[in-house]
Design a protein around this ligand. Sequence first.
Ligand code: PHE
Length: 444
Amino acid sequence: MKKEHWGSKLGFILAVAGSAIGLGNIWRFPYIVGYHGGAAFICVYIMCLAFVGFPAFLAEISMGRTSQADPATAFAVLGRGRGWRYLGILTIVTGFLVSAFYSAVAGWVVGYWVEAMRGTFSNFSSLLHAQSFHQELMDNPYWGLFFHALFILMSSGVLYFGVKGGIEKSNKVFVPLLFFILIFLVFQGLFLPNRAQALSFLFSPRFDLLTPAACLMALGHSFFTLSVGQGTLVTYGSYLERHEPIMRTSYPIVLMDTLVSFLASVAVFTIVFSVGIAPDAGPSLLFQTLPFVFSQMVGGYGIGVLFFGLVFLAAITSQISAMEPFIAYLCQEWGCSRQRAVVVAGVAIFCVGVPCALSTSLLKNYAIFGSATFLDFLIDVCSELLIPLGGLAAVVLVGWRWGSKQAVAELTEKNQRALGIYLHLCFRYISPLLILLVFLSAIW
Ligand code: PHE
């Protein structure tokens, strides 16, 4: 079978940016910044990006481009051994599990987008009302299942048309559209009442809130947000032609991802503060507080529809990228046709996502290994164990096995000595040690 490739550099940039920009940026980043020290947290986060997230990101993309293969073969060829192959397979499993829980949560987003369009939010008379509406939906197993299935169907629909015709084309539309909506919401937010309070909640430095746990959170988030550790970047990198540059295309991607996190934080908190209520953390921010705020503000109907549309766009481009490593594996290792692989992956991911989608209704009383529900369990295992492990495997492979010199030569040009030294130090020492720290703190 002929190997698929991106049609253009821009296509690659937008596809990886689409993967990186996701629920993590729009939903998680705003409240972790707000609650863990504002500008103080942002400084730590940027350091984590520079010394852990970005090097691991480059390591994975160059592994893909050099091997021109799915993660299992990429790890096996560059690591020269069966053990490495199993680690490659583990990253594919991680992507698979992430896509299962991601879809259950993104399904709620689609459901809320539909409610926004139906004008449901305008009927909320109090925050309590918004909360009880949310509870009603969460208690309904059919609602969660239906939207989980719909979301998988939409993502699989895109993947069915291949790398160029499906992934690249959809990202070329979705990512610019996402920026367009986000910038509109930010401008709108900057004219709302209490904007100064919102900005100070977000950005004033509060070093007392910057605990060791907050620093670990910044570290973990720096690779979740760049889609490191789950086969995605190796796979997307393998669709680059051998001669395509990596560094030059990676800067704009990381910049876009970080910019979206900041802009989303401004949009979310100017909206929340505009009606003078306390910002909430976690799921209730997206599904209770914001819908209630939309019911109270002038133009809330349109803003609500745009906001949930934005979250949907962010989620679907990430979901596609989380499903792709497994599909690439089925095609390249098992000789499946792309169409068949998409169907198999779609059905399997749907099935694993079912207990996640039911974790707020039928299965809400089933705790697993100390996590409150199956959904929480999967999120914890992936974000605290499997993703750091996958990222660690990639930087150790690049730094110590494939050879840091080799990788640096792949990534830099002749006159970029300083960049080369920075990458070498990160691949060999800084990134593995810091990732190990996250990993150990999770199993402690
Ligand atoms: N980077 C995405 C986010 O920030 C998450 C993601 C996970 C993307 C897995 C791809 C694969 O939400």
